[in-house]
Design a protein around this ligand. Structure first.
Ligand SMILES: C=C1C[C@]23C[C@@]1(O)CC[C@H]2[C@@]12CCC[C@@](C)(C(=O)O1)[C@H]2[C@@H]3C(=O)O
Ligand SMILES: O=C(O)CCC(=O)C(=O)O
Ligand SMILES: [Fe+2]
Length: 368
């Protein structure tokens, strides 16, 4: 794996126009689990799909509880984020990734930085390269966008800011639904939700992902299997499928794009907060021979100073706390060091039912 972004681009200045998949992008052990979009049991053929929750449905909370427990992921519709805003953020991302490589590299993420253009951070854990480009926005996009579009960065910044505002509002609403499904309903039970209970001090990063069409999609990997470090991640995907989630530690299930829908992932911090009741979902992105794919992930976490630990309401003599308290930054550092062992490295106790976190089903995700 080239150690720096510019080294990789020197090897393949514009990998998006390659006619053949270079060996450095060919994943030999990609198919660790079968594809379970439709599978056959002893008696029947079964197809299963990630639950779709209508936020206008009075039973949304129950649906979300079921989805978090059995899948660690669901899609939401009627979420209140205007389609026009989703279109604008998609268009901004496409414009960004269409810039010449040399221009994008002006906004490259620095080796110890968090924001900017580059490979997914998890790339360093794999020997093979991923067929994707990313752009991470933490805080204001102004500085990096000025480097990309010196003349007209303002409009692009406005779209990102408006999108982040809309996501923050939706994330706060989803937090109460997920917490409510765990039986945590009172504002005073989550002090860091703030006096209005609107999670105003929550923090977030926006990750724009671009997966160009690929000459050999069956051997390539867009984004390798991982869980997000977040409480929740809200993901917009364009109309090309590619996202897959691991179901029951056994099979990959595709999450097809639903027009106007948004995917919600349970992240590692929610796994901790729920004391292991809700598993963070292992997911990956596959690529396509003829179509490019775009996704925009809103990675949502607690305020910087807040330590997340198993919620007291979910802890008792038969349910000891499984994890020690951690801030998001501490956990991101742990993840940067231990990747898919991060959750087990903050675990203080083995669950009484012996169930492990999703990464432990899957130690094979580390290879290329
Ligand atoms: C807040 C963050 C979560 C993230 C690391 C980051 O600092 C910014 C990028 C995020 C992302 C997006 C792609 C997948 C992921 C595992 C990665 O490599 O970078 C996540 C990180 C995470 O959730 O741990
Ligand atoms: O592109 C996708 O569907 C997945 C992106 C993702 O997992 C991420 O940004 O964390
Ligand atoms: Fe992710």
């Amino acid at each position: 794996m080239p150690s720096r972004l510019s080294d990789a681009f020197r090897a393949h200045p514009d990998f998006t126009s390659l006619q053949e998949l270079p060996d450095s992008y060919a994943w030999n052990q990609r198919d660790d689990f079968p594809c379970g979009d439709a599978f056959v049991t002893e008696s029947e053929s079964v197809s299963e799909s990630v639950p779709i929750i209508d936020l206008n449905d009075p039973n949304a909370l129950q649906g979300i509880g079921y989805a978090c427990k059995t899948w660690g992921v669901f899609q939401v519709i009627n979420h209140g984020v205007p389609t026009s805003l989703l279109d604008m953020v998609e268009c901004t991302s496409r414009t960004l990734f269409s810039l010449p490589v040399q221009q994008k590299l002006k906004a490259a993420r620095s080796p110890d930085g968090v924001s900017g253009y580059g490979f997914a951070r998890i790339s360093s854990f794999f020997s093979k390269l991923m067929w994707s480009e990313g752009f991470t926005i933490v805080g204001s996009p102004d500085e990096h966008f000025r480097q990309l579009w010196p003349q007209d960065y303002n409009n692009y910044c406005d779209v990102i800011k408006e999108y982040k505002e809309a996501m923050k509002k939706l994330a706060g609403r989803l937090m109460w639904l997920v917490l409510g499904s765990l039986g945590i309903i009172a504002k005073q039970d989550v002090k860091w939700a703030g006096p209005k209970g609107d999670f105003n001090e929550a923090t977030a990063a926006l990750q724009l992902n671009y997966y160009p069409a690929c000459p050999d999609p069956d051997r390539a990997m867009g984004l390798a299997a991982h869980t997000d470090s977040t409480l929740l991640t809200i993901l917009y995907q364009n109309n090309t499928s590619g996202l897959q989630v691991l179901k029951d530690g056994a099979r990959w299930v595709t999450v097809p794009p639903v027009p106007g829908g948004l995917v919600v992932n349970v992240g590692d911090l929610m796994h901790i907060l729920s004391n292991g009741s809700y598993q963070s979902v292992l997911h990956r992105a596959m690529v396509n021979r003829t179509r490019h794919r775009l996704s925009i992930a809103y990675l949502y976490g607690p305020p910087n100073s807040v330590k997340i630990s198993p919620h007291p309401k979910l802890v008792g003599p038969t349910h000891p706390p499984l994890y020690r308290p951690v801030t998001w930054n501490e956990y991101l550092d742990t993840k940067a060091k231990h990747f898919n062992k991060a959750l087990s490295s903050v675990r203080v106790c083995v669950p009484l039912n012996g169930l492990v976190d999703v990464n432990e089903h899957n130690n094979s995700v580390r290879v290329g």
